[in-house]
Design a protein around this ligand. Structure first.
Ligand code: IDP
Ligand code: MG
Length: 140
C-alpha cells in the first residue's frame, strides 16, 4: 500500500468537478484517506511548488494556484503514486491520453485541473504540507 497527495486545482473546483474527479480515482481502486477544501496564499503556493522556483512558469503557476479554492486529498492504494499519475495524464492536456482526467477536463498546460505527487519522496513532503498526523491516523 502506498499514499499520495492529490490536489483538485482552482479550475476544477470552479467548474464544479470535485465529485467527478474523486469518482474517477475511486473507480480505479484508490481510496480517499483524508480530504479537505482549502485556499492557498501566494506564499503557500510558492512553498508547495518550491522545486520549480527557477522555471519560467513559477510566478504564474503560484498566482494561479492561490487564485481560488482547491481540494487536497490523500489517496491510498497499491502503487498509488504511479497509478494516480497515469489516471491524471500528461501535464499538457493536449498530450494527455484519452480518458485521463487532464484530457477530459484540463484547460491548458497550467490549468490542468489536478496535481499528483511524482515520487515517494515528493509524497512524503506533500502529504504533511496539507494534513496533520492526527488527520491521517487510523482513517481506514
Ligand atoms: P506535473 O503537474 O505533471 O507533475 P510539473 O512539470 O511538475 O507537472 O509542473 C507543475 C505544474 O506547473 C503543472 O501541473 C502545471 O500546472 C504547471 N506547468 C508545468 N509546465 C508548465 C508550462 O510550460 N507552462 C505553464 N504551466 C506549466
Ligand atoms: Mg510535478
Amino acid at each position: 500500500m502506498e499514499r499520495t497527495l492529490v490536489l483538485i486545482k482552482p479550475d476544477g473546483v470552479e467548474r464544479n468537478l470535485i465529485g467527478k474527479i474523486i469518482s474517477i480515482f475511486e473507480e480505479n481502486g484508490l481510496r480517499v484517506v483524508a480530504l479537505k477544501k482549502t485556499k492557498l496564499t501566494k506564499d503557500q503556493a510558492k512553498a508547495f511548488y518550491l522545486v520549480h522556483k527557477d522555471r519560467p512558469f513559477y510566478e504564474d503557476l503560484t498566482t494561479y494556484m492561490s487564485s481560488g479554492p482547491i481540494v487536497a486529498m490523500v489517496l491510498e492504494g497499491k502503487d498509488a503514486i504511479k497509478r494516480t499519475r497515469e489516471i491524471m495524464g500528461a501535464t499538457d492536456p493536449k498530450e494527455a491520453q484519452e480518458g485521463t482526467i487532464r484530457k477530459l477536463f484540463g484547460l491548458d498546460k497550467e490549468k490542468n485541473t489536478v496535481h499528483g505527487s511524482d515520487s515517494p519522496e515528493s509524497a512524503l513532503k506533500e502529504i504533511p504540507f496539507f494534513f496533520s498526523e492526527q488527520e491521517l491516523i487510523a482513517l481506514i
